[in-house]
Design a protein around this ligand. Structure first.
Ligand code: AOS
Ligand code: ZN
Ligand code: ZN
Length: 424
């Protein structure tokens, strides 16, 4: 489904007076408005194909209806999000959940919606029907060479699908690890994994990147073979220049200082990609910005500072993706909220007065340093984000328009009330 452009215009007109008041006020308060608008308009966040259906837990799943039944419908859903917010111009696919039967058609379709293909994801954490070897005891780390070989070949196949679609990165998240002490020889597990990653790395086209995603725990609860950023960075460094660490916000031990991790990975030129979500306990995969917005701001603050220090392009030099999955919201509404939270936080990070901050740091003026950061964090930039979105052709309030256009009702009529998107 697509919303007709005149409906977006009407919606924007209806809210324009209030928007203009807020925007004019803010424009008087901050510097560089045109430049910030440009940066916001360029910034795009990849939407994961697996976040379009209602996620579940091991205790149950409560599908909401109208979920995409195939890759085409997933592209349509993301196309709609992008039409509304103009900041979701990429899709991240998961193989085998999203095997494109006709890549040329899929590519054209994505292009029609203004979408490109972000990092491809492999899956060696589930056994697929008809699969020869089981991943019960791991994939690339496995003690049996045949299992490792199967996992390597799968990753190479994912690269092949990605090439057909014009993707330029592979994200490898391994659930490999152990559930009990003694189950695993840590060194052997690491070396097997490294060996496997090397073979996968060798299959990457020249301009491709591989992102090694780490995660502290789950589904293994004693050790994880790529368990933290240190281990991921070890792999990335040993693999070579096309290998990078991917930071998923939910994959740390409680209270980890993620902004510091991000800063140092950037310094090393080894931060490759990002999975945004939010959490209170662990890998909760909740809506971005719903639990710890200040932490998100501090992370963005380091991202902007570190990328600028290295002369990196904010939009194209990192893989920005959402990784979400939960039980109770309309997934499309949730994604609209997540992207909005990211855009707001990015805008706030752009407001930080870096010269003043550096001066405060040099003078050990702790109070001023905190004031500078919180001044930016407490600025209401919503009218700025909305202005950028409308300038790109999007809606003043994507969520409100999504509701007033009754998109979900429409999708349920079209696809049925009992749908189950492929994925988690
Ligand atoms: C798992 O916890 C990770 O966040 C991965 O990024 C995973 O591939 C994704 O959640 C889809 O399964
Ligand atoms: Zn992730
Ligand atoms: Zn995760």
């Amino acid at each position: 489904m697509k919303i007709e452009q005149y409906k977006i215009q009407e919606h924007n007109q209806a809210g324009m007076a209030a928007q203009q008041r807020a925007f004019d006020y803010l424009s008087g308060e901050i510097k560089n408005v045109p430049e910030i608008l440009q940066q916001l308009m360029a910034f795009q966040v990849g939407i994961p194909s697996w976040a379009l259906g209602t996620g579940g837990t091991r205790f149950g799943r409560f599908p909401g209806g109208g979920e995409p039944r195939n890759l085409e419908e997933k592209i349509e859903d993301i196309g709609l999000i992008h039409q509304l917010n103009q900041s979701s111009g990429a899709i991240s696919l998961h193989i085998p959940w999203d095997i494109p039967s006709n890549p040329t058609h899929i590519k054209t379709m994505a292009a029609q919606h203004g979408l490109r293909f972000d990092a491809m994801n492999s899956n060696t954490f589930q056994d697929q029907p008809g699969q020869e070897h089981s991943y019960k005891f791991g994939s690339l780390q496995h003690v049996n060479k045949d299992v490792r070989k199967q996992a390597i070949e799968h990753n190479i196949e994912v690269i092949r699908h990605g090439i057909e679609l014009g993707s330029e990165a592979l994200t490898v998240w391994l659930s490999d690890g152990s559930c009990f002490p003694g189950q695993l020889n840590f060194r052997h597990a690491f070396q097997n994994t490294l060996e496997g990653l090397r073979e996968i790395y060798a299959a990457l086209p020249d301009h491709w990147k591989i992102f090694v995603e780490y995660k502290a725990a789950e589904p293994n609860f004693y050790s994880t073979t790529v368990g933290d950023w240190g281990q991921s960075l070890l792999y990335a460094n040993k693999l070579g220049p096309k290998a990078y660490t991917l930071v998923d916000l939910g994959h740390h031990l409680p209270n980890a200082n993620i902004e510091q991790i991000v800063s140092l990975l950037l310094m090393e030129g080894k931060l490759g990609g990002f999975h945004f979500n939010d959490s209170k306990y662990g890998d909760d995969d909740l809506t971005v910005g719903s639990i710890k917005p200040y932490q998100l701001f501090l992370i963005f603050n380091e991202l902007v500072e570190g990328m600028d220090a290295r002369g990196m392009n904010h939009t194209t030099d990192l893989g920005w993706m959402i990784d979400a999955s939960h039980n109770v919201k309309d997934p499309l509404e949730d994604l609209l909220q997540s992207v909005e939270a990211i855009m707001i936080t990015y805008a706030q990070a752009l407001l930080v007065d870096r010269k003043k901050l550096l001066a405060a740091q040099q003078n050990n003026d702790v109070v001023t340093a905190q004031e500078i950061l919180q001044q930016a964090f407490r600025t209401d930039v919503r009218s700025l984000v909305a202005a950028a979105r409308m300038q790109s052709g999007g809606a003043l309030n994507p969520l409100a328009l999504y509701r007033s256009e009754k998109v979900r009702e429409h999708l349920i009529r079209e696809r049925g009330a009992k749908t189950m998107a492929t994925g988690l």
